[in-house]
Ligand binder design. Structure first.
Ligand code: EPU
Length: 428
């Protein structure tokens, strides 16, 4: 099993390049199925979630080639059946996108109930509500969702609450339907806009992405294009927090500063310096870190996907901070691990009360999910002594070459293969 071993206490300095956005990429790679010609995708992050997506495409019959580690060619024309292989579908949450995509192309889809980060119960009732509005029927047979429509007819879709996946799936199912679909109470995350831009570049007619009303007028044909995926807002935010936690000075390149505003605002409240440039931000911290209170919200609010990382920073800030995150049931599972490192955190329901301590201490810990793992890396980088992080496969679902990027910034982090309790070998 691979682990990260971090010898903490080294300030990060230098420059880091941010990869393409995971949550845009998993949707866009899958959505090449909707295209009537081959596509080329650039800036695809080299992470296990996108690797699973491309494996699904290949197993379904698409031709998939990587021209370099971040550029994919996909020819989806040979896909004949609307069935996603069960064992692959169950490994990631984004497999639910194949429901909308296959419904859009074949008017039918079979997809096993999605897996992904264990953040509590993650139903897809709103996705199904959208498909039903367009005329599809649904059933669940042995844990596999089956949706089918004789015809997809544009309609009004009103989400009961804001859902990122539901909004993207509603766009996928309606992009080739007949007539006009109006998606109300839509999510506004940067990757919703990126998915709409990708579909529009192929010839779709989607307006309003990035606002809470999206209008989709169905088209018959989507042409092949070359498309570059946006930079990852959350990866960028993670390096911003890591720079602050180590009292470092880092230029974070290939970002869209507008997407980082809620993260920047919270770091500034804590006394961190954030300078914004056209496509980069510089984060530096040399004075004391101050407490702050944070509540996660859908975009443009502070993202739940940054909550564990910011909380890790707050464990070493002066004073008591209150962090509220009620987007998922289970987003505080990392707290027990941070406590092993000396953090003083109490969780009551969806609220964490963090009493800052002077320093964390290295300890053996485990990543409980992707962003929890990122929080542990930040904690380990700032801590005194050695932190050993297990279950890093969670982290590698979403962060491209995190160990290599951190080494470039001066961190002492190694990815090692632990063969048995007493033998450690270097890993690739
Ligand atoms: N929900 C329902 N029913 C639905 C859909 C969602 O009850 O039909 C609930 C969810 O259980 C959750 C809330 O609504 O409590 C919001 O879920 P949403 O649909 O917005 O999230 P998602 O599409 O499942 C995406 C990201 C997550 C990110 C959330 C919120 C992808 C592949 N995943 O998940 O990313 O936390 O939006 O921004 O885009 C991550 O990258 O670490 C990650 C977990």
């Amino acid at each position: 099993m691979f682990k990260y071993i971090i010898n903490g206490g080294k300030p990060l300095s230098g420059e880091v390049n941010i990869s393409g956005a995971k949550n845009a990429a998993v949707a866009i790679v899958a959505a090449t199925i909707l295209c009537d010609e081959p596509c080329i995708l650039e800036n695809v992050p080299d992470i296990s979630d996108t690797a699973i997506c491309s494996k699904i495409l290949k197993e379904m019959g698409a031709e998939v080639k990587y021209t370099n580690k971040n550029t994919m060619y996909v020819d989806p024309r040979n896909i004949r059946n609307p069935v996603v292989p069960d064992e692959l579908a169950r490994t990631m949450r984004a497999s639910s996108y194949f429901l909308g995509i296959l419904l859009g192309r074949f008017h039918e889809a079979f997809v096993a109930m999605p897996g992904g980060c264990d953040l509590g119960d993650r139903p897809i009732d709103q996705h199904i509500k959208a498909f039903n509005a367009l005329g599809a029927k649904d059933e669940i047979v042995n844990g596999t969702v089956h949706v089918k429509a004789d015809d997809l007819i544009g309609n009004q879709i009103y989400f009961d609450f804001i859902t990122v996946g539901g909004t993207i799936n509603a766009m996928f199912a309606s992009v080739k339907s007949k007539g006009l679909t109006i998606i109300e109470n839509a999510a506004k995350e940067p990757h919703i806009v990126d998915v709409a831009n990708f579909l529009n570049s192929m010839g779709a007619d989607i307006r309003g992405a990035g606002t809470d009303v999206i209008k989709v007028r169905g088209v018959d044909y989507l042409k092949g294009i070359t498309y570059g995926i946006i930079p990852d807002q959350i990866e960028a935010g993670t390096y911003m927090v890591a720079a602050a936690a180590t009292k470092g000075n880092v230029l974070i390149k290939n970002v869209i500063p507008k997407h980082l505003e809620s993260i920047t605002a919270n770091l500034r409240k804590m006394g961190v310096t954030v300078e914004e440039f056209d496509e980069s931000v510089r984060v530096s911290a040399d004075g004391p870190l101050m407490k702050t209170n944070v509540k996660t919200m859908p975009h443009p609010g502070f993202p739940t996907d940054m909550q564990p990382q910011l909380s890790a920073l707050l464990t070493i800030a002066d004073g008591t901070s209150i962090v509220t995150d009620d987007i998922f049931d289970n987003r505080f599972r990392y707290v027990g691990e941070l406590r092993k490192m000396g953090a003083d955190i109490t969780v009551k329901d969806k609220v964490a009360i963090i009493q800052g301590v002077e320093k964390l201490k290295g300890a053996p810990v485990k990543a409980t999910d992707l962003r929890a793992g990122a929080a542990l890396i930040i904690a380990g980088l700032s801590a005194d002594g050695v932190t050993e992080i297990g279950d890093i496969y969670h982290i590698e679902r979403g962060y491209e070459c995190v160990d290599e990027k951190l080494v470039e910034l001066g961190a002492d982090i190694k990815r090692v293969y632990i063969q048995s309790k007493d033998s450690i070998a270097m890993g690739g």
